[in-house]
Every structure is written in C-alpha cells, then in structure tokens.
Design a protein around this ligand. Structure first.
Ligand SMILES: O=P(O)(O)OC[C@H]1O[C@](O)(COP(=O)(O)O)[C@@H](O)[C@@H]1O
Ligand SMILES: [Mn+2]
Length: 654
C-alpha cells in the first residue's frame, strides 16, 4: 500500500503537503480542521444585500443598511408571530435600527423602565440568536462587542427552556439591569443584530453626487464589516478628481453646485472654493436661471445667486476642458461633443448634430471665439488652486483609496455578475469592439482593460505630468462606449443652453434594449464564466420607472436592475424610492422602498421604509456555504487536508 502511494504521489504535491503540514503539524490538527470546515460548509449561506445609486442620500441609505432592507423586521415577525402586537414589533425594529435614540425617548416615555429593559433584553436575545444561527460560534464571537463578549455568548447559547438553566439565564438579564448596564447592553445587542443580519454588502455604484452625504456614506462603508463596490460613472469622476484631473474636478464641483451642495463639499472635504467664488462674482455678475441650484431646502436668495454664479463659471471651464480632452484624444471618437466652437455668438445660436438651435444665453465673457477651448489665465489659476485642494486632500484620498481597494469595474460573486452600467454593444447586439491604445477590446476584456487603465492612472497619479494620462476617468464618465455610462453622449451642454427638449435626449446603448432578452443575458453571463442556469446579472444606473409600469426584473429573471431612485431628485421619475436586493439561503428577494420620511419619524413612530418584499426566486432546498464561492475554496482546502491526513497515516510525512 505504502509503495503504491509513493509511486503515484507527485513530488510537487508532496512538497505542498509538507508546507501545509507546518500549519497542521499532526493528525489531530488536520482532522480537527477537516471537521470544522465540513461543518462550516453545511451552514446556510450568509445573506447578501445589494444597494445601488445611493447618490449621497445618507438618511435612506443608513436606514436601508440598518434594517437590512426589511430582513430584520421579517425575522422579528417570524420569531414573535402574532403573540406581540404590530406596534410592539415596529418598536422593537426601530430600537434595533436606532438604539441610542429610541432608548433616550423611552427614558421619558416609559413608566416602568426596568420592566421595559427586561422584556426588551429577552426579545433582543431571541432576535440575536436567530440572526447568529447561520454562523459558527467562532465567527459570532469575533463580532461580539468588546467588554460584553462573555455575557453575550452565555445568553446566545444558553437553553433557557431547560428548567435548570432558566434561572441562570434570567439572573444574567436581571443583573445587567441592576448594575445599570441595560442601556449599553441593549445598544450593543442591537448593533450586533444589524451586524449579523447581513453577511456581505454589495454597492452597485453611484455613491456620489446629487445628494449631500457621499462623504458620510463613504465613512460608513469603510467601517462596514464586509463590502464590495462596483464603480458607478459618478464615482469615477471623484476618483479622477482625486487623482488630479482638472476636468473631473470641474465636473464634481459643477454637480455639487447644481444640487446646492457646495457648502458640504467645503465642510466634508475641506475643499477651498473661495478662489472660484471670487472669480465667479467678478466674471458673471448676472444670474441665469438654469444655474440656480436644485436644492431640497430653500436657500437664501443671496446664497442661491452666488451658487448660480459659481455654477456657471465652473461649467464653462468644464466645457473648455472637455473640448481639450476631445482634441487630444481623437481616437476616443467624441468629436460630436465639441460644441463651444459651434456657437455663433452674433446670432446667439449653436449647431448640434447638424441642427441649429437658439441659445438661451449669450454671456460668455471668457470665451475667445478664435480659440474657444482655451482657458483664460484667471480660469487656469482658479483650476490650479482647486486642483491642489483635491490632490492634497487626505479625506478624499482615503475614500478614493477605499473605492480602489474594495471596488472594481464589475464583480462575479456567488453566481451573480454585478456591474453599474452595461456591457457596451454594437447596434446588432454584438459586444462592441473598442480601440484603447494600440489594441481593441470587447466584452469582459474591455471591462478588464478599463479597470486596469483606471488603476494604473491612479497608482501613478503623483508622477503624472500631463492631464492626458488621467483621461480614462473622463472617458468612463461619459465616453460613448464606457461600461459605466452606457449612452452615446451626455447632453450636459444642451441641457444648460438649449431650451428645445429634443436636444436634451440621450441615446442609450443598444444594451438597454437587449437586456430584456434572456438569450442575450445568458451570453453575457457566459462571457464572465457563469454557466449555471440560476446565474444573474445585477445592474444599477438606469432608474426603473415603476410609475410607467417598468419592472426591475428583466429577461425572465436573468437580470435585475436595482436603481429605483434612492436619489430624491429622481423620485418623481421613478415613483418609488429605490429597489434593493436580498440574496439569502432561501433565495432572492426584491425590496421596493417607499420614499423615506426621516430617521426621526422611524424613531418616534416606528415607521419603516420597506414597502414590500417580494420573492424573486425561492430555492427548494436551502443554499449552504458549500454552494458559495468561499465554500468552493473551503472544499478545496478540505480535499488538501484529506490528502495531508493520508500522507500522515501512510507515513510520508512524519
Ligand atoms: O439630472 P442631472 O443631475 O442633471 O443629471 C443628468 C445626467 O445624469 C446622467 O443621467 C448620468 O447620471 P446617472 O449615472 O445617475 O444616470 C446623464 O446621462 C445625464 O445627462
Ligand atoms: Mn450611473
């Protein structure tokens, strides 16, 4: 037997097993690990949570995150059934989401606080047990808050239904209250429920722009236990801005001005906008309506006026820089976006796509018709100052570093393909072939190349002398074959300066027609190595117009679009406040969210924002860790360990 194995054992394999033996130096250790891994493989698959197009809307984002898109409320229902009133269940959910705030209110409202604490602690432990039941003890232990680990473990694993254990269990809870630790304990348990309810968070792009809270959202994501991000077109603008692209910087400021968020930009990132303000006040004394901010809160007239002036100043700079970008990158095929040179200043018209339109504005004091894309010395100076504010910005850099370390252009994860925009197609539905440098790329290779170029540009940002080296970020924002943008052109210029809505239309890539087709989606999935009939594409970027009868589920369930419009500015178009997706061991659920009132409303009235959770697919058997990507790796580990065990048993390794 021994010789037989010796003859068949590959020397490289033996070498590998000897290395493995350093980690598991004897039969007992290797056996224990095999048993441990086999047990993990049989646990139910962890819950994944998908969010997209957050667009700086921090309050609804946090609420969706805290509530696990309704998963926690569902668990409460399952545990409490109809033994507890709806009102109490809502109250418990609100407590789990906002423990500090709810407890503060209870201090005033509750006639018998100790009784409230006791009931609440008992209930929280039940919920906590339920959400932790999917994990190994060791994983739960690692998630336990410092200081409370021991007691929490006791509570989570005690069988209080056993008569001789009940008193012990009950005493722990009573003592927590007696020694004045109920509040911190409730907070810790609530946060633990939030933490354990979701095993992995996926953000399908567009964290930035429109709303005011992107920086807070990034901080939250950086502290989250397990997250990946697929870059959105709005995110790459900020990534490019951080790398020093003046064009991306101008665009980030333009959008912040458009939505009245310049103050947040100054407060959150410490961007010094004074040079821009000074220049704008001197250069554009008149206010034009199209540059007034679309702000949720009414602004003081004077403030709105000043933002409008800055908005116009930075937009003109952006159009000039975009013109320079187009001229230095002829192969990118964006000549049709050269528009400043198509303005007839005397007639007050502009020619776009062979059609002449009247312009709603004739005031372009910094524009030289002979050289329309040249910056004036003052504009160049303003941009240089803004650039140094962005490039030397520690906080922005931390956020963008995180977008690079935890983000990518697309992701294949547990049988799903995740990306923000699209796979660029030709008119006939074939993967479009795009020339980048000396070669052409299409399908997966194109997305890989985009990502590689962005990573390289960011990695080299400190050595970069020419703006051209950062142009990949602008192409990803608005290029006709950008996988993040997915449209032929962005009509920003037209939407500022031409009244005719015909000129504002943006033509979508044929992808958005083909995405409805099951055979096409399967082809995309195959391109990314997903052959399983249950594989799916999860897409963001295009608001689902529920109001017009659109559905987030396309192509017989092979593709799901989860941009329902968290962005408040888009809710009138969509009719709801966004979709999110849950993928747990039972299957997939889509949560459709109603517009979010406020965290205050949830705290005071127990209101939630999930309007409905609908089942997209229910698997007949439960999915196990063995069915996941991590599970596949663990299975390989088990195989290796079994070989090691055999090598020990047969004496190849002593
Ligand atoms: O409504 P706004 O903020 O002016 O933005 C409109 C622009 O946003 C875009 O839709 C891109 O943003 P999204 O990625 O959120 O769709 C452009 O295509 C369009 O020109
Ligand atoms: Mn987008």
């Amino acid at each position: 037997m021994k010789t037989e194995l010796k003859e068949t054992m590959d020397p490289t394999e033996l070498k590998y097993l000897k290395l493995l033996a350093k980690q598991f130096p004897n039969i007992q250790d290797a056996s224990r690990e095999i048993i441990n891994l086999e047990a993990i493989l049989n646990l139910p698959k962890g819950t994944e949570h998908f969010l997209s197009d957050i667009h700086g809307e921090v309050e609804p984002f946090l609420h969706i995150l805290k509530s696990g898109s309704g998963i926690i409320r569902k668990k409460i229902d399952e545990i409490m059934g109809s033994t507890v009133s709806q009102k109490e269940k809502n109250g418990l959910a609100a407590l789990i989401y906002y423990p500090q705030e709810v407890l503060e209110r209870q201090l005033v409202l509750e006639p018998d606080l100790n009784d409230y604490y006791e009931v609440t602690l008992h209930r929280l432990v039940l919920v906590c047990r339920e959400v932790s039941s999917k994990y190994t003890r060791s994983k739960v232990r690692k998630a336990l808050p410092k200081g409370f680990e021991y007691i929490m473990e006791e509570l989570l694993h005690e069988q209080e239904n056993e008569p001789n254990k009940f008193q012990y269990y009950d005493k722990i809870i009573k003592t927590i209250i007696e020694i004045g630790q109920a509040q911190p304990f409730i907070v810790a348990l609530s946060e633990l429920v939030q933490r354990l309810a979701i095993d992995r968070l996926h953000i399908i792009g567009d964290i930035y722009d429109r709303g005011s809270g992107a920086s807070v959202i990034m901080d939250k994501l950086m502290g989250y236990h397990s997250v990946d991000i697929q870059w959105g077109n709005h995110d790459v603008v900020w990534m490019g801005a951080c790398a020093g692209s003046t064009l991306c910087i101008a665009n980030a400021i333009r959008i912040s001005a458009r939505y009245g968020n310049l103050d947040v930009m100054e407060e959150d990132y410490g961007i010094n906008l004074l040079p821009l303000a000074k220049f704008a006040l001197e250069t554009y004394p008149e206010v034009e309506d199209q540059f007034l901010p679309k702000s949720k809160e009414p602004l003081l007239e004077q403030e709105a006026k000043m933002i409008a002036q800055m908005h116009k100043a930075i937009s003109v700079m952006m159009f000039k820089l975009e013109g320079q970008f187009i001229l230095r990158n002829p192969e990118m095929g964006m000549d049709d976006r050269l528009l400043l040179d198509k303005i007839d200043h005397a007639a007050g018209t502009v020619e776009v796509g062979g059609k002449t339109y009247p312009m709603n504005c004739r005031v372009f004091p910094t524009l030289d018709p002979a050289d329309p894309h040249a910056l004036t010395p003052e504009e160049a100076e303003v941009l240089q100052k803004l650039r140094s504010s962005f490039v030397g910005n520690d906080k922005l850099q931390q956020h963008v570093d995180f977008l690079f370390s935890h983000g990518s252009g697309y992701l294949v994860f547990n049988n799903n393909l995740l990306y923000h925009g699209c796979i660029p197609l030709d008119e006939d539905g074939e993967f479009a072939s795009v020339r980048l440098g000396t070669k052409s790329y299409k399908g997966k290779a194109l997305l890989d190349k985009f990502e590689k170029l962005a990573r390289e540009a960011y990695g080299r940002r400190r050595e970069i002398g020419e703006q051209q080296e950062l142009d990949i970020f602008w192409y990803l924002w608005t290029g006709p074959y950008s996988s993040l943008f997915g449209k032929k052109a962005m009509t920003t210029f037209e939407r500022y300066f031409i009244e005719d809505p015909e000129a504002h239309k943006e033509e979508k890539n044929p992808y958005y027609t083909f995405m409805e087709d099951e055979a096409f989606c399967k082809k995309v999935l195959r391109e990314f190595g997903l052959e399983d009939p249950r594989a799916r594409i999860v897409n963001g970027h295009v608001p689902v117009k529920v109001r017009k009868g659109e559905s987030p589920v396309k192509a017989n369930g092979r593709l799901i679009v989860i941009d329902g419009g968290l962005s408040r500015a888009y809710q009138k178009v969509t009719g709801i406040a966004g979709y999110t997706l849950i993928y747990n061991s039972h299957g997939m659920l889509i949560a459709a969210h109603e517009p979010f009132q406020s965290a205050k409303d949830s705290i005071e009235n127990g209101t939630d924002i999930v309007s409905s959770l609908s089942i997209l697919e229910n698997y007949p058997g439960r999915l196990r860790v063995a069915d996941t990507d991590v599970g596949k790796m663990l299975q390989e580990d088990v195989e290796d360990l079994k070989k090691l065990l055999k090598a020990y048993q047969l004496g190849f390794i002593k």
